[in-house]
Design a protein around this ligand. Structure first.
Ligand SMILES: O=C1O[C@H](COP(=O)(O)O)[C@@H](O)[C@H](O)[C@H]1O
Length: 239
């Protein structure tokens, strides 16, 4: 097994696997264990997942885990403002790969409201998310090679607001010029405060990006992922 020789900050754990499937399986087991632990205490558990191409095998494995899915509230860390069914829709990705089988019973909170702009929808999304108890139980983040995570993009004019540790809202509209679509994203305090916080990466390029991020840990404006490389984070990687 490839070991992690990156200079990780103290308290950050690395889980490196040889294959995509092994990595997805390990992450799915750990997420399911963590959700079961929260559910044993009674009440509901919350799960936030990311979109993109990396998490598909993780979604499919997680959907097969035995747990009280009907007591899990799930949402995405971010969404592109496109209709469901669009190839860029993270909601569609999740419906096709995670909200299946046992996991069909999940209460899914969609960040996408139909028939209006993201700005117009913001109050309704905030209202929907108000039912979530903070801290969230499980958050699984991804990362782009520009150092973004969720839709916290380095070139988004709204980045300072979304990254503020006192951000008043749980969600922000993001309009990064580098991206084809307007996005909505959960804010840094909501994501970073999770009880179980994981970063799921695939490929040597992502490892190089992580290495770059670790070089200047405080400069999150250049690479927003840096704000999450803190004690408690668990990094899951495969080639
Ligand atoms: O745009 C996004 O990209 C990242 C990473 O995506 P990947 O395709 O490289 O796995 C993802 O974490 C984020 O949720 C998504 O909206």
């Amino acid at each position: 097994m490839k070991t992690c020789d990156l200079p990780l900050p103290e308290g950050v754990q690395a889980f490196f696997s040889e294959t995509t499937q092994e990595c997805a399986g390990q992450l799915a087991l750990h997420v399911a264990e963590s959700l079961r632990g929260r559910l044993r205490r009674g009440g509901r558990a919350s799960l936030v997942v990311s979109g993109g191409s990396t998490p598909v095998p993780f979604f499919q494995t997680l959907a097969q885990q035995e747990l009280a899915w009907a007591r899990v509230t799930m949402l995405l860390a971010d969404e592109r403002w496109v209709p469901e069914g669009d190839p860029a829709s993270n909601t569609t990705l999740v419906r096709q790969n995670l909200l299946q089988g046992r996991a069909k019973e999940v209460r899914f909170l969609s960040l996408r409201q139909p028939l209006c702009s993201a700005e117009q929808a913001l109050p309704a999304i905030e209202q929907l998310l108000a039912e979530l108890k903070l801290p969230l139980d499980v958050v699984v983040l991804g990362m782009g090679n520009d150092g973004h995570t969720a839709s916290l993009f380095p070139d988004a004019p709204q980045l300072p607001e979304a990254m503020s540790i006192q951000a008043p809202g749980r969600v922000c509209v993001m309009t990064p010029p580098s991206q084809a679509h307007t996005r909505v994203t959960l804010t840094r305090p909501v994501l970073a405060g999770a009880r179980f916080l994981a970063l799921h990466l695939r490929g040597e390029d992502k490892l190089e990006t992580l290495e770059r991020a670790l070089k200047a840990p405080d400069d999150w404006r250049e690479m927003p992922i840096r704000a999450f490389l803190k004690p408690g984070l668990r990094i899951y990687w495969s080639p």
